[in-house]
Design a protein around this ligand. Structure first.
Ligand code: ADP
Ligand code: MG
Length: 454
């Protein structure tokens, strides 16, 4: 039975949902907002739930502030947002809640500001330079320090967790420090899109444009996000041209070079490549060692040379994983009050070391999956939708997402040029079925093990 307050709040989640439906594009709404269930709201503390961890993580990462903002628009302040993972029978999976909390110093102004907050840790001082990132670093420094616009735009690209966002924030801090009057705006392409759509909805396009015209330095992060969003791309192109004409500095980041951003309009591609294009390469052993040393020092962890070298040798994907590894080691060492030895590292980081041990490719995944289900390799790429091939294909997409670091569009392309939304659908389908079907869960576990040990 529900009491009155419950009812009120239920209605207001419906309201929030319908607001979000108006402001987000259809796919985004269907994929990420619709599956969310309302749990409770106590004071400024809001609890929602979803069926899978994948959904939870994605929503927390990408839509938490959008949800909070919608509440605020209706006069409700949300300070803490938790998302639980619930199985279909409504049992809460233990240990799966993630809490998103605003930093103390973010006041309401944040919501009117087009710029996103900057991470205080992302400074030039905290950035370790080596061969793979020296060009990007030098270019960022130059942009931060020169009084005139030197190259416009500066386009930074590289894989996940290699320091693109870090460098952009570092430039922003630096310019703000030297020149507090300068209007430096940093935001993700996703936020740009959100602001734009919102402006469209509230017929505020003029003030949206006005806001961006008065910017001295504009940084847009992860621009690959606006691929396929035609209206947003168009508006971005205008904003971009206006600022370039006014000789304002622009910095863009993406996961690929402008030429490789498939699906981006040609004129935008070529325009993005006008200035300096700097890529960050995968990290070398030397740079990994340097970064691990610096991060361990920051955390006041005393690591032996053996351990440092072992980590630099084994954890190769990106810096975010190295930070994760160090955090885990720090916790273990303090809980067990033991020294950090190579053996302890091997034990504590088993899973991480396995996924780093060898680059598993999507081709390999497809091969193992077709062997396992006894179907043809061409079925991985074909448009056939019959269950007997569609399900294994979804399994392969799921594995590609969970084992490799490929992006959703990249995975889609490897499966006969499918759209990234198809990949999302596959991942969600498999996650949902796994909850109730132990056979499928076993298949996945087996395939994962085969791939990681072969
Ligand atoms: P990206 O935006 O390219 O995905 P980030 O800038 O978010 O990557 O970096 C991921 C994490 O790794 C951040 O915590 C960042 O501080 C750290 N990091 C990345 N590169 C370096 C580096 N060269 N030196 C120190 N820390 C780094
Ligand atoms: Mg980033």
């Amino acid at each position: 039975m529900k009491d009155d307050t419950d009812q009120d709040i239920d209605i207001s989640w419906d309201l929030i949902r319908s607001e979000l439906k108006k402001s987000l594009d259809k796919d985004t709404y269907q994929n990420w907002i619709k599956p969310i269930h309302f749990e409770s709201q106590i004071g400024a503390s809001l609890t929602l739930s979803v069926h899978t961890r994948f959904l939870r993580d994605w929503i927390i990462k990408n839509y938490a502030s959008v949800i909070k903002r919608s509440y605020l628009d209706l006069g409700v302040t949300v300070e803490k947002l938790s998302i639980l993972v619930k199985e279909n029978n409504n049992r809460i999976i233990p240990g799966t809640e993630v809490v998103f909390q605003d930093k103390e110093d973010e006041d309401d102004q944040y919501y009117d500001d087009i710029s996103a907050p900057l991470d205080p840790q992302f400074t030039f001082d905290n950035f370790i330079v080596g061969k793979p990132n020296e060009l990007a670093y030098a270019a960022a420094q130059r942009v931060a320090q020169s009084e005139v616009v030197s190259f416009n735009p500066l386009f930074l690209y590289g894989g996940v967790g290699l320091g693109k966002t870090h460098l952009m924030h570092a430039v922003a801090w630096n310019i703000k420090k030297r020149n507090p009057k300068k209007n430096v705006v940093y935001l993700t392409a996703e936020k740009f899109m959100y602001q734009f759509i919102k402006a469209l909805r509230f017929k505020n396009i003029m003030s949206f444009k006005e806001q961006f015209r008065s910017v001295d330095v504009l940084m847009i992060d992860d621009v690959q996000f606006i691929i396929g969003k035609d209206n947003t791309q168009e508006e971005f192109f205008h904003t971009f041209n206006t600022l370039i004409d006014k000789k304002r500095q622009i910095i863009i980041s993406a996961d690929k070079s402008p030429a490789d951003l498939e699906g981006l309009e040609d004129r935008l591609k070529s325009r993005l490549g006008w200035g300096l294009v700097a890529d960050i390469h995968p990290l070398t052993y030397e740079l990994r060692l340097g970064i691990i040393q610096a991060k361990a020092e920051q955390k006041s962890m005393k690591l032996t040379t053996d351990v440092l070298e072992f980590l630099a040798d084994k954890i190769t994907n990106n810096v975010r994983e190295m930070e994760g590894a160090l955090n885990r080691l720090a916790v273990h060492a303090s809980l067990q009050d033991s020294d950090i030895t190579v053996d302890l590292v091997k034990d504590v980081l088993k899973d991480l070391l396995r996924t780093n041990s060898r680059k598993i490719t999507i081709d390999e995944i497809q091969k193992k999956v077709v062997e396992h289900y006894n179907i043809k390799l061409s079925d991985m790429h074909s448009p056939r939708r019959s269950r007997s091939v569609a399900r294994p294909r979804q399994v392969a997409m799921y594995l590609a997402k969970s084992i490799t670091t490929r992006s959703l569009p990249e995975i889609g392309r490897k499966f006969g040029g499918r759209d990234h939304t198809t990949v999302i659908h596959a991942i969600k389908t498999i996650e949902e079925i796994m909850v109730n079907d132990p056979n499928l869960a076993e298949d996945i576990e087996l395939l994962t093990r085969i791939l990681q040990t072969s």
